[in-house]
Design a protein around this ligand. Structure first.
Ligand SMILES: Cc1ncc(COP(=O)(O)O)c(C=O)c1O
Length: 394
């Protein structure tokens, strides 16, 4: 390539976001599989099951009969109404379909929320440990992610006190919360969420609530921010409870003053969300019995790991209230979770995600295990991890 072209094609400074390591681990695991190794996958947070049969049937029917052109930018009205109906029937919450925006997974919901609510340079609080793309998307958009270290004293969530302390030191414009959270699976109680929302809104801080793991709660029912305030931006998805990661469809519940801004942004960024996926998503609501059976499988996997892993030497986890993750403290073996995860993959054939993906400060002491896989894989993971730790190879 010509020197001139090399110079011209320098990636922008804003594109220099860190990689999402879970995906890098998945790629390394696939390389080993291609060499014939059998790998137990616990690295990527996605259900082993596919979309419910109702969704597949709707997609099949649409392929043979529907034109599958663009839809309205805010999403098919029938899907927005079906989502609103689910809030009413499943949670007893009245949500106006006019506030519901269908998105390309919750990932697009973050980009739209951040663009609609924040200016470049705005400071937005995120919990550490926390889902890395919050920080990376904010940074790519020119906002400043402000990591707030959480601890057992606040049940590993940002609380009003720590939010306001950061705000007083240097004003915040927003805060992202998630309950159940990724990587820990830990949930906020209703009173903790309500208190955080009250503190934030009193201080003029916009709250974005990532509710992607709702429906996957085992310790108690996850509270929906819509019950607490209509000023919160809610982001949700068909990826996790509905087992539709690859269909790339999610939704937002948007405060009325921001709906038109989100619509204008999505018109320009995406035009609309894939029509086939929207049709399948609408039908997925009718597959609840199947989805509840999948959820019971996660509960069983969670029990198997929480009983089995302590017996082989991994015995300290953040409260595993929901989602499908265990965030395991490995500090008695290593404070370099990347090296730990690399060797666990190469030597024991178990793929997990290093904690430094989720918490640049203390993540060296943790790894995340996803238990959304098949039941037999949980037992296999316990045995493989146990043998590896016993051999003392770390
Ligand atoms: C906490 C959290 N939010 C959002 C996402 C993005 O999911 P999607 O774009 O598939 O809806 C994930 C994916 O793992 C996640 O764990």
């Amino acid at each position: 390539m010509l020197e001139k072209a090399k110079h011209l094609l320098q990636p922008s400074a804003r594109s220099a976001v860190p990689p999402f390591m879970a995906m890098d681990v998945m790629a390394a695991a696939s390389r080993l599989e291609a060499q014939g190794r059998r790998i137990t996958h616990m690295e990527v947070g996605q259900p082993a099951s596919g979309a419910p049969a109702t969704a597949i049937a709707a997609a099949r029917a649409a392929l043979s009969s529907a034109r599958l052109g663009y839809t309205e930018t805010l999403g098919m009205m029938s899907l927005r109404q079906r989502i609103a109906r689910a809030y009413a029937e499943w949670r007893g919450i009245d949500v106006d379909p006019a506030r519901i925006v269908v998105t390309t997974g919750s990932s697009a919901g973050f980009t739209l929320s951040f663009l609609a609510a924040f200016e470049p340079g705005d400071r937005v609080a995120v919990a550490l440990p926390g889902y890395p793309p919050y920080r990376h998307i904010l940074a790519a958009l020119g906002c400043e992610p402000v990591g707030i270290e959480t601890s057992a004293s606040t049940r590993w969530a940002i609380d009003g006190g720590s939010l306001l302390a950061h705000h007083r030191a240097n004003p915040l414009k927003g805060v992202v919360v998630a309950s159940p959270a990724n990587p820990s699976g830990t949930m906020m109680t209703t009173s903790a969420l309500a208190e955080l929302i009250r503190c934030a809104e009193d201080a003029g801080i916009i709250v974005i609530s990532d509710e992607i793991y709702h429906g996957l709660d085992y310790a108690f029912t996850a509270e929906c921010a819509a019950r607490i305030s209509s000023d919160v931006i809610i982001v949700n998805s068909f990826s996790k409870y509905f087992c539709m990661t690859g269909w790339r469809v999610g939704w937002m519940v948007v405060p009325p003053p921001l709906v038109r801004a989100v619509e204008r942004l999505q018109q320009n960024l995406a035009i609309s969300v894939p029509t086939l996926s929207q049709m399948a998503a609408e039908a997925a609501f009718d597959g609840r019995a199947e989805l509840e059976a999948v959820r019971r499988g996660y509960e069983e996997n969670r029990r198997t790991l929480l009983e089995g892993l302590p017996r082989v030497g991994l015995d300290s986890f953040l409260p595993a209230d929901g989602a499908f993750y265990l965030y395991a403290d490995i500090s008695r073996y290593s404070t370099d979770s990347f090296a730990f995860a690399t060797r666990l993959l190469e030597e024991a054939g178990v793929a997990v995600t290093p904690g430094i993906d989720f918490d640049p400060l203390r993540g060296g002491n943790f790894v995340r295990l996803c238990y959304a896989g098949a039941r037999e894989e949980m037992q296999e993971a316990i045995e493989r991890i146990g043998d590896w730790l016993k051999k003392g190879r770390i």
